[in-house]
Design a protein around this ligand. Structure first.
Ligand SMILES: [Zn+2]
Length: 209
């Protein structure tokens, strides 16, 4: 293996600020300091994200990454599929609540139903060591099949529960992240107070000074 630079050794960290699994997935198409960054730049990173998001359990994540070494083309296809779903869900997050969002809603619905219709497997609920529970999907046949099912089901939940109106983009113009506003006052503006919120506060201070 070629020696890698320190920057390449540490891939960009995942952020979980969306408040909904599918929005966290949309936010893997991220930006750092104004530059677009895909935090799932490889199948391995995609599986890392699924594990951190608790959409696959740690044992299965390791097994998937091992299988990816044996079947790189299957893994690559699964990543392409995941990014395709992500693009449709991003359009839904960006425009789904608007009057002009009909095409985004239709596109997302078609994509969601395509994924749900193609995936053969078993739905389960798993107990976590910390006392929580997660839904999981165990595919039959294709080991790389159905990886985005938990993501897609989370989007279905948002649609069914009429949550689109409470999904917003971060108020920082350069930040592409979306979140579900579950604040009581419904006035959340930033993806993360510690990042974009603080930056805005600092900018206001500078203008005043
Ligand atoms: Zn932000």
């Amino acid at each position: 293996m070629a020696p890698s630079s320190p920057a390449a050794e540490r891939p960009p960290a995942f952020v979980f600020v969306g408040g909904r699994l599918w929005l966290d997935f949309v936010n893997t198409d991220d930006a750092r300091l104004g530059t677009r960054v895909d935090t799932i730049a490889s199948f391995d990173r995609f599986v890392d994200w699924l594990a951190e998001a608790r959409a696959v359990d740690p044992d299965r994540a390791v097994a998937l990454q091992r299988r990816a070494l044996e079947q790189p083309s299957g893994a690559a296809a699964a990543l392409v599929e995941a990014r395709r779903v992500r693009a449709a869900l991003r359009a839904l997050a960006e425009r789904g609540r608007t009057d002009q969002g009909e095409r985004a809603r239709e596109g997302a619905l078609a994509e969601i139903n395509r994924v749900l219709g193609r995936s053969v497997g078993t739905r389960r609920v798993e107990a976590l060591p910390d006392g929580g529970y997660v839904r999981s999907f165990v595919p039959v046949g294709d080991v790389f099949g159905g990886l985005v099912i938990p993501v897609v089901e989370s989007a279905v939940d948002s649609l069914v529960h009429g949550e689109l109106l409470r999904i917003h983009k971060c108020a920082d113009r350069r930040c592409p992240r979306h979140f579900f506003d579950d604040s009581r006052s419904r006035t959340r503006r930033w993806c993360d107070m510690r990042e974009c919120g603080n930056r805005a506060k600092a900018a206001r201070h500078r203008r005043r000074g």
